[in-house]
Ligand binder design. Structure first.
Ligand SMILES: CC(C)(COP(=O)(O)OP(=O)(O)OC[C@H]1O[C@@H](n2cnc3c(N)ncnc32)[C@H](O)[C@@H]1OP(=O)(O)O)[C@@H](O)C(=O)NCCC(=O)NCCS
Length: 218
């Protein structure tokens, strides 16, 4: 994810041992004793990466518990994000006075079935995708970008955002995406100055789709 985020964001990507790393007690309590093995591995890799990214930022590597809504709880003055998909996990953090919010998402590069496509994309987004170069699952890219948008939006606004509440444009040449948020969600936002537009980067290789975005401070 280092390639998709600006230099003021510290990033850590999991290595092979990180999936079997150590959780701090407060983190283990959030995971719970009944978590299945795959969930335990994902959660653990995310926390190991989170603490490594915090250390790179020069912040003491404290526990990163989960809020009741599942969002990670970062130390005061820090914003951050975690993603995991089979075989890949990363965390990114930044100082809140330099970055208002950061989000990222990784997905396996695969086709999505028609039902999921309808859920994820607006008809006009599928029209756009039909004109993009072949050989790439643009549905997987759109899905990843929209999850990134939610991870950027939710920590600062605190409200739900449906997949159809963001109109995304993908530029395969630059690897940039732009999303306009639905006016109704902006009007209903309980914070001043909710982000009307989210811009970020995406990348696609044979196995993996990645996307990331930051919001600048107000
Ligand atoms: C929150 C959500 C985006 C996470 O997606 P996911 O498929 O679980 O993908 P990832 O593995 O990449 O991310 C999981 C991590 O996201 C983080 N996360 C969960 N809820 C979050 C929230 N509300 N805000 C920010 N980050 C959140 C957590 O760190 C979680 O990992 P952890 O439980 O191990 O700590 C997804 O579950 C969701 O609710 N999506 C529906 C909303 C949406 O995407 N709308 C589209 C708007 S355009």
């Amino acid at each position: 994810m280092r390639d998709l985020l600006p230099p003021e964001v510290a990033v850590a990507v999991a290595g092979p041992d990180d999936w079997r790393g150590e959780l701090l007690p407060e983190e283990g309590a959030c995971l719970g004793e009944r978590a299945v093995e795959s969930r335990r591995r994902d959660f653990t890799a995310g926390r190991v990466c989170a603490r490594r990214a915090l250390a790179r930022l020069g912040v003491p590597a404290v526990a990163v518990p989960s809020a009741p809504n599942r969002a990670p709880v970062w130390p005061a003055g820090v914003v951050g994000t975690i993603t995991h998909t089979p075989g890949y996990c990363a965390a990114a953090v930044a100082r809140a006075d330099e970055v208002r919010s950061v989000g990222m998402d990784a997905e396996r590069h695969r086709e999505l079935n028609a039902g999921v496509r309808r859920l994820v994309g607006l008809p006009e987004e599928w029209d756009d995708c039909a004109r993009l170069p072949g050989g790439i699952s643009w549905a997987a890219v759109l899905f990843s970008v929209k999850e990134t948008i939610y991870k950027v939006w939710h920590p600062v606004v605190g409200t739900w955002l449906d997949f159809h509440d963001a109109r995304v444009t993908l530029d395969p040449e630059s690897g940039l995406f732009t999303a306009r948020i639905a006016p109704a969600r902006l009007d209903a936002a309980p914070v001043p100055d909710p982000p009307a537009t989210v811009t970020g980067r995406f990348s696609v290789d044979a196995d993996l789709v990645r996307s990331a975005a930051v919001l600048s401070p107000r």
